[in-house]
Design a protein around this ligand. Sequence first.
Ligand SMILES: *[C@@H]1O[C@H](CO)[C@@H](O)[C@H](O)[C@H]1NC(C)=O
Ligand SMILES: *[C@@H]1O[C@H](CO)[C@@H](O)[C@H](O)[C@H]1NC(C)=O
Ligand SMILES: *[C@@H]1O[C@H](CO)[C@@H](O)[C@H](O)[C@H]1NC(C)=O
Ligand SMILES: *[C@@H]1O[C@H](CO)[C@@H](O)[C@H](O)[C@H]1NC(C)=O
Length: 305
Amino acid sequence: MKKIVLVLLQAFLQSICCTSLRFIKPNVVSLEVSTLSLSAEVSLQCGEQYESEQIHWQRNGMIIPETGNGISIAVEGLRGGNFTCHNANGDFLNYTLLLVHPITLPNAVLLAQSTDKDFISCTARNYSGHFHCSWKWDPRRTQRAVVHFSAVRKQSPINCNLDSDSNGLSCSDADFCPYSEEALSIKLRVLVRNIFRLEEHQLSFFLQDIVRPDKVKVMKKEENVFEWLPPETWSFPCSFFPLAYQIKVLPKNSDCDRTGNRVKQIETNETQYEVNVQKPYTLCVRAQDPLTKNAWSDWSRHHQL
Ligand SMILES: *[C@@H]1O[C@H](CO)[C@@H](O)[C@H](O)[C@H]1NC(C)=O
Ligand SMILES: *[C@@H]1O[C@H](CO)[C@@H](O)[C@H](O)[C@H]1NC(C)=O
Ligand SMILES: *[C@@H]1O[C@H](CO)[C@@H](O)[C@H](O)[C@H]1NC(C)=O
Ligand SMILES: *[C@@H]1O[C@H](CO)[C@@H](O)[C@H](O)[C@H]1NC(C)=O
């Protein structure tokens, strides 16, 4: 009985020959698999114009027995590969990078989760339409690469460039208008791989929600009087892009995040503050967009001895 089931199962698996491949970009395809234990047959083609030629194939530089313009090969587990096709003289003609994308495994393994549980985090320093997204690789993945990325708002693509270290994207939404309501979110998609394993990450956000001012530069004007300007990277004019500030006066050498009854905290729209303390102290200042009340900037700290 078991044997019959096995034979039937094998016949069934063979009958669904050639699982379809997902096109990622020219010369790169992925096999979407729901379990890593099954083997799948996929078909590859060298190219239509090579139909009449004698074609030989290599998998990661090693000759394989399959020949002809179109071949069918078995993919087991995560064993994708870089398949190159060659003519009778051995000349290189074309290639297909075949990646394996486990779609049902719950956890991402190529990128590391950041503190806010996302794999990709995006920020902007102002309302110019420029923003930056970054991610961290799991340090165990050493043969990693970014395969593909895209950012779109509705159907309009947003221009992005991959950072030279492959750890982020610098994007610019030329159509972004800071003076009107942002009705549609930006959808970001990043496809990464390690060896032949593919992983897909997506993030959707509004630009206005990721704006976070840079640190303010605090200057000492006179004894116990400090002043600062909006960060140089903040949007101007100030009347359209106001900033609110939080000021803390703490015991000397304190961390700016310290709380408690020895901490004096003030909210203000002014860019100047006079400290009313005789003992040594630490002054901390940070900025926030008062209209969106999104993230605060990092603290700027000044020690007064
Ligand atoms: C090379 O192979 C790719 C598939 O990976 C195919 O889309 C493309 O048309 C081929 N190029 C030529 C010149 O045949
Ligand atoms: C796959 O092989 C082609 C042809 O040799 C090469 O251009 C490409 O960089 C290779 N890709 C990878 C990921 O190894
Ligand atoms: C606006 O912020 C981007 C980064 O988010 C930065 O590259 C650009 O220089 C800033 N604009 C100004 C005027 O500083
Ligand atoms: C700062 O300005 C905003 C609007 O301009 C106002 O709503 C807010 O009350 C002001 N905050 C303080 C602490 O003065």
